[in-house]
Design a protein around this ligand. Structure first.
Ligand SMILES: Cc1ncc(COP(=O)(O)O)c(C=O)c1O
Length: 388
């Protein structure tokens, strides 16, 4: 069921992508991310899968699901962001220390092991981003400390520790852990590699977002229909992913861009609240949603202008459809989808079932919907509990 819907009539549907938005992640940065990540060992594009039975049930033209379950060892699209930002950061640090030009390839090939060993990266996570940063730190040879709030599962902690990172538990929610990571970095001379941004801290989150666009660039290359997608449903945490994919799709498709719809869990709907207020708003998270990766109460500063200008609709949903949808994808399509992966699909199904919302969103038999299944079973125990 859709809890709340906000239609953003300020978004430029049917218009070209404004230059000011293109600059948030310039095309050169997106291309570089594609080239560099495409060169990582083990790189394979993830599959774009047709959800034919769901399209038929909802009386839509087509529904495609970009399945991030097989994304490197991380099993989520986050592998593209945090680890890539660690690589970019190390390149910058090495250049500063040596006074010489250093390439991203030098970092990938561990050409400066002693310099790397002197660097420690730190971030907050509710699971996936920290895992990506820890994986990147291990690959590129630097130290890593990850802050997790008290509700993050032990399974997610173990997944981060498996890459050699130290985990620090922090009281409170995700936003408290973001502040704790920044404080610890300042105290210890560590480098914050965050997926969210705040005043004065924007460059690294931009690298993270540039990495995410690898997912949309693959999806558009794989898109099998003659006509482009009409709608894209994106699940929102701090908004970094939705902004990255939104810019990439708008910049590629111009005035033919799809309608961009954000779906958030009701207790953590900071993007919805900010969009309706027309300015940044925080949500104090008091109830944790099952969609752990989306439990975020503060919008990323870098993402916000894109969210405000490019996102046509904001939907909030409850947890009730998440387990059943994960089960349905597993049984019907052999797709292993984690709790946060199915949020976009849950939003689509709830919107299609609500005649008012469906009409406002223009959902019809002509609609061709693109979804991003952003994670697999990133916590196998939680997955089993919800699916079995
Ligand atoms: C699986 C998954 N999907 C979507 C998101 C949302 O990304 P963002 O916080 O950039 O909005 C996250 C964030 O952690 C996630 O883990």
């Amino acid at each position: 069921m859709i809890r709340r819907h906000f239609w953003n009539d300020q978004a430029g549907l049917g218009q070209g992508c404004p230059e000011s938005l293109e600059k948030v992640i310039p095309v050169a940065a997106r291309r570089q991310a594609r080239t560099v990540i495409g060169g990582w060992s083990g790189y394979q594009p993830t599959e774009l899968r047709s959800l034919g039975a769901i399209a038929e049930q909802l009386e839509l033209g087509a529904v495609f699901y970009k399945d991030e379950e097989s994304r490197f060892e991380i099993s989520s699209f986050k592998a593209l962001g945090g680890a890539y930002a660690v690589q970019c950061l190390l390149r910058d640090v090495f250049e500063e220390v040596t006074g010489r030009s250093v390439t991203l390839e030098d970092v990938e090939r561990n050409h400066h092991p002693d310099l790397a060993a002197d660097v420690t990266v730190v971030t907050a996570t509710d699971g996936n981003h920290g895992r990506s940063v820890a994986w990147g730190a291990e690959r590129f040879g630097c130290g890593c400390v990850i802050h997790m709030h008290e509700q993050v599962s032990l399974g997610r902690q173990a997944a981060v520790e498996a890459f050699g990172a130290t985990v620090r538990r922090v009281p409170g929610n995700y936003d408290d852990s973001v502040r704790a990571a920044a404080r610890d970095a300042a105290l210890n001379g560590w480098f914050v590699v965050s997926d969210t941004s705040w005043p004065g801290y924007e460059d690294i989150p931009r690298s993270v977002m540039a990495g995410y666009t690898v997912m949309s660039s693959e999806a558009m290359e794989q898109w099998p229909l003659d006509a482009p997608p009409t709608h894209v449903f994106l699940q929102g945490g701090c908004g970094g992913m939705a902004a990255a994919i939104g810019i990439d799709l708008w910049s590629r498709s111009g005035e033919d861009r799809p309608r961009i719809v954000i779906v958030e869990p009701e207790p953590a709907a900071c993007l919805y609240e900010s969009a309706t207020a027309g300015e940044l708003r925080m949500v104090d998270i008091t109830t944790e949603t099952v969609m752990a990766g989306l439990s975020c109460g503060e919008v990323s500063l870098v993402a916000w202008p894109v969210i405000a200008a490019a996102v046509d609709d904001f939907l909030t949903i409850g947890d009730e459809s998440i387990g059943p949808l994960m089960r349905r994808l597993a049984r019907e399509s052999s797709i292993v989808a984690g709790e946060s992966a199915v949020a976009g699909l849950a939003g689509l199904m709830a919107a299609a079932a609500d005649s008012d919302v469906a009409r406002r969103l223009g959902l019809s038999a002509e609609s061709r919907v693109l979804l991003f299944g952003t994670e697999g079973a990133t916590d196998p125990e939680v997955y089993r509990r919800l699916v079995d």
